[in-house]
Design a protein around this ligand. Sequence first.
Ligand SMILES: CC(C)(COP(=O)(O)OP(=O)(O)OC[C@H]1O[C@@H](n2cnc3c(N)ncnc32)[C@H](O)[C@@H]1OP(=O)(O)O)[C@@H](O)C(=O)NCCC(=O)NCCS
Length: 217
Amino acid sequence: MEDKIVLVGGGGHCKSVLDCLWRQNPHAQPVIVDPILPVGSTVLGAKVAGGDDALPALFDAGYHQAFVTVGSILSSSTRRKIAGKLQDIGFSFPVIADPSAVISPFSVLGHGVFLGKNAIVNAEAVIGDHAIINSAAVIEHESRVGAFVHVSVGSILCGNVTVDDDAFIGAGAVVIQGIQIGKAAIVGAGCTVKKHIKENVMIRGLTVEEEASCPRY
Ligand SMILES: CC(C)(COP(=O)(O)OP(=O)(O)OC[C@H]1O[C@@H](n2cnc3c(N)ncnc32)[C@H](O)[C@@H]1OP(=O)(O)O)[C@@H](O)C(=O)NCCC(=O)NCCS
């Protein structure tokens, strides 16, 4: 990873990512791009350089790596838009992983993946581009996590689980082995999921045994 890096989005998720970045690379030189925060203000010691219109100038100034630090609760559409814009300018996307994360050498991580504190990615798991594997989330062996998925804090994907692109797995949820979670589905915090979940469906409740409970709003 290069030291210079642009983080896009200066809110709460940015603080989680930045804290891990400093721990991963104490020489990092991050700048924040955020349309709302005042230029020159700081987030955990990193300066705010401006809004999106600052991105091309930052690229020309030698910042060739970027990371999407807008969080995604429920929808990944903002993160997708930002990643597309960054890619068009030419930025590349490193993996940011807290040093406490455990990453199997037999796993595969895509571009721009975030692994928070104490996250675990076990053997032959595959993590798609720009996925968030948040603090203490566990991705067990041979599970496949799609692009722009958010696996929230403390949730567990047992072995051989598939989570399709853009889905959201809430905090503390448990997905039993072999289950498939469809594209852009939402699994509420604390659910135990025992049946496949179709795409674009939101589920909540302690134990989800039906294919789908409530339609997504
Ligand atoms: C599932 C979720 C998306 C539903 O949000 P929502 O549609 O706005 O739901 P509401 O808050 O309006 O609640 C509607 C009902 O569902 C219940 N409910 C909401 N979330 C629930 C959950 N996770 N488990 C069980 N019941 C839940 C509420 O108690 C409420 O019940 P009631 O109608 O009997 O009063 C949301 O509650 C959730 O779990 N979000 C994930 C948060 C999270 O994991 N954040 C982690 C960030 S790292």
